[in-house]
Design a protein around this ligand. Sequence first.
Ligand SMILES: C[S@@+](CC[C@H](N)C(=O)[O-])C[C@H]1O[C@@H](n2cnc3c(N)ncnc32)[C@H](O)[C@@H]1O
Length: 234
Amino acid sequence: MQWRHRTGAIEGQRRYWDSAADTTPAWYTATQHHVLDPVFYQEGARETDALFGVLRLPTSGTNLLEIGCGPGRMTGRLAELYDAVTAVDISPQMIARAEFVHRDSHSNISFRTVTGNGDLPFAGESFDGVFSYITLQHIPDPRHQLRYIEESLRVVRRSGWCAIQVRSPSKRSIAHEWVGHIGHTLQRKRTLSPAWRGAKIDLASVESLCRRVGADLSVNHLTLRHDWLLISRN
Ligand SMILES: C[S@@+](CC[C@H](N)C(=O)[O-])C[C@H]1O[C@@H](n2cnc3c(N)ncnc32)[C@H](O)[C@@H]1O
């Protein structure tokens, strides 16, 4: 019964994001945008560069995994930095939009739909790095978020890195988020859904996972609402 419940929850998330992709994918990806136009992708590229700079992430390498690529807002820029990018998402409709935009310009991107429960369909030590932005924060079950982190540590090579953004657990950030959810609801966006609101992950569970697999964790509290888990695998 519990399995059926969990599967149902995942299916609900997939439907939510597929429907977002079918209606206003730009807004549900980055709420300051309304259309998947060149500006959307140019700003995605600028934000990618800014994040790689401030987080001091390696800006070149053989292969990179992006978890939660959406319509490929950042994926194109990642594919200019890395020899090859693998981009995954729970939503086939989001992936379809990303593929459409990048198919002619970036032949080094492989897109793949994933189950959404945190499992990654790749062999161990396949990637130089794993990058994920505004994705885990939307996942309602913290066990699935933790599973993504555990799987990232499995698929990244030794001495590789993971930069994974999660929701900040601070009380100020929770209040700020609710102001946003209510404002967006008034604009008729479906931000009260658990598939948007997501969940906080318990940092102690991430610390314990990193200790268990012998990885080094640091947390960058980059903005009020965004914490970055920066993990290097030994
Ligand atoms: C707000 S968008 C961000 C997309 C991209 N990271 C960006 O910054 O442009 C969140 C993305 O996470 C995906 N997503 C939500 N839950 C997921 C899950 N459980 N597993 C994988 N992707 C998920 C959604 O389909 C959506 O494309």
